[in-house]
Design a protein. Structure first.
Length: 149
């Protein structure tokens, strides 16, 4: 029971992954990573554009904006593709490890259930205690009344 309690306290997140299938777990975490990448890239691209326009105002008027936007989107696509592959590998491994811990926890729970079941059967099958002899009952009654034995 102590092992069960330690697993419950130390591995709450791993036990929660049991509610997901592998695909759902990986995709949900991937979407969070993709959102962070997109926000980061948008901030960096906006900052670079503002810096370019302020530092080089004459070149900004004659610059090929189409080329810069397409180049930026290609870099974004490359970064997202790399992070897709990394997140698929990382979250699949995490899911596999957490499922091993869930299986260990389930095994311990089965053992605990079997132990309780054996204990309940033992209580049901236990023979009643033998009745005390007549002398023993008389002695007990005298002790309770404060008499001599």
């Amino acid at each position: 029971m102590a092992r069960l309690e330690m697993i419950e306290q130390n591995n709450k997140k791993e036990l929660e992954t049991n509610d997901y299938y592998r695909k759902e777990y990986v995709v949900s975490h991937f979407l969070v990573v993709w959102l962070y990448i997109t926000i980061f890239f948008a901030i960096m691209a906006g900052g670079a554009a503002v810096l370019f326009i302020e530092e080089y105002p004459k070149q900004a008027q004659t610059a090929d904006w189409t080329f810069m936007i397409v180049s930026g989107l290609m870099i974004y696509a490359l970064v997202v593709a790399i992070y897709i592959l990394l997140s698929l590998v990382i979250f699949s491994v995490r899911y596999g490890r957490s499922q091993q811990k869930v299986k260990q926890y389930a095994g311990l729970m089965r053992q605990l259930g079997a132990m309780y079941e054996r204990e309940d059967e033992g209580v049901k099958n236990r023979a009643p205690a033998p009745a005390a002899s007549k002398k023993a009952r008389i002695k007990t009654a005298k002790k309770e009344k404060g008499g001599r034995t």
